[in-house]
Design a protein around this ligand. Structure first.
Ligand code: PAF
Length: 278
C-alpha cells in the first residue's frame, strides 16, 4: 500500500492503477463503518484509494476540529489490512493553499436539516469532496448513509457539475446495541455511551410504527422525540420526517420518508437516521 501527501506523488501513483478505481474519502479515525465502504469498493473495483483529511472548512469555529480524534498509524494499519492500494493524506496547505477562495455551494439542499444548525458545513463538504474527486479522478466513490444529507448533497453536486463518477451510498453500520458507528462516539463517557442508544431506539420504534401502518409525520416524530426526552443525558436538537430526495419536510401523511435527528448526549452532538418505506 502506498501512502502519499502531495498531489504530484498522488498523480504519479494513480497513473499506475488499473481501472475501475474506487474512492473512499474519510476524515480518519476509522471504524467499521469506513471499512464497510472500503470492502464495497474492493468488491466493485480493481483498485481502491482512500483519503484521510480532517477538513477544516466543514467545521464552524465553535465545533470540534481541534479535538477531532486522530490516529494515523492505526488508520494506515487498518487500511493496509483491508487491501487498499493508495492512501492519500494531504495537509491543509495542500488542500487550501494561501489565498484559497473557491467554494462549491449546493444551494437548496445545504440549507435544510443539518444546514439549519450548521450553515457553513455543506459548503465545506462539497468543496473538499470536489477537490478530492478532481485529484483522485475515481470511477466510483463511496459514502455512508449515516450522513444522509451529505450523501444527498454530493449526489446533487455530481449531477450538477458533471463529475463522471458513480456515487454509491452504503448502509449505516451499527454497534450491537444499535448505536450508529461514528468517530465522535469516542467523545462519550460510559454513561453517555449508554444514553446514546436512545437515538436508534427511537428510530427503530418509528420504523415499527410505520410497519404497523402509521403514516402521520407528527406521530412518527413524536415517537422518536419521546424516546430521546426519556433519556436524562440526551437533548434533542431536531427530528425530521423529510422527502428522501429533496429533504423537504413532509406534513401529514408520509410515504417514503427519511427520518433524521440530531441529539446532544452530554456535549457530544450525534446524528442518526432511517429511511421508511423504500
Ligand atoms: O463524511 C466524512 O467523513 C467527510 O464529511 C468527508 C466526506 C470525508 C469530507 O470531508
Amino acid at each position: 500500500m502506498k501512502i502519499m501527501t502531495t498531489t504530484s506523488e498522488l498523480r504519479k501513483e494513480l497513473s499506475k492503477l488499473e481501472r475501475p478505481v474506487g474512492f473512499v474519502p474519510t476524515m480518519g479515525y476509522l471504524h467499521e463503518g469506513h471499512l464497510s465502504l472500503v470492502d464495497k469498493a474492493r468488491e466493485d473495483c480493481v483498485a481502491v484509494v482512500v483519503s484521510i483529511f480532517a477538513n477544516p472548512s466543514q467545521f464552524a469555529p465553535d465545533e470540534d476540529l481541534e479535538n477531532y480524534p486522530r490516529d494515523i498509524d492505526r488508520d494506515v494499519e487498518l487500511l493496509e489490512n483491508a487491501g487498499v492500494d493508495l492512501v492519500w493524506i494531504p495537509t491543509v496547505e495542500v488542500m487550501y493553499p494561501e489565498g484559497y477562495q473557491t467554494w462549491i455551494d449546493v444551494d437548496q439542499l445545504s440549507k435544510l436539516l443539518e444546514g439549519t444548525f450548521r450553515p457553513t458545513h455543506f459548503r465545506g463538504v462539497a468543496t473538499v469532496v470536489s477537490k478530492l474527486f478532481n485529484a483522485v479522478g475515481p470511477d466510483k466513490a463511496y459514502f455512508g448513509q449515516k450522513d444522509a444529507q451529505q450523501a444527498a448533497v454530493i449526489q446533487r453536486m455530481v449531477r450538477d457539475l458533471n463529475f463522471p463518477i458513480e456515487i454509491i451510498i452504503c448502509p449505516i453500520v451499527r454497534e450491537p446495541d444499535g448505536v450508529a458507528m461514528s468517530s465522535r462516539n469516542t467523545y462519550l463517557d460510559q454513561e453517555e455511551r449508554l444514553a446514546a442508544r436512545c437515538l436508534s431506539r427511537g428510530l427503530f420504534l418509528a420504523r415499527d410504527a410505520y410497519l404497523n401502518g402509521e403514516r402521520r409525520a407528527e406521530i412518527i416524530k413524536k415517537i422518536v422525540s419521546d424516546e430521546v426526552e426519556f433519556e436524562e443525558l440526551a437533548q434533542l436538537q431536531y427530528v425530521s420526517c423529510a422527502d428522501p430526495n429533496t429533504l423537504e419536510e413532509l406534513e401529514n401523511q408520509i410515504q417514503d420518508c427519511l427520518v433524521s435527528m440530531a441529539v446532544f448526549v452530554g456535549r457530544t452532538r450525534l446524528i442518526d437516521n432511517i429511511i421508511l418505506g423504500k
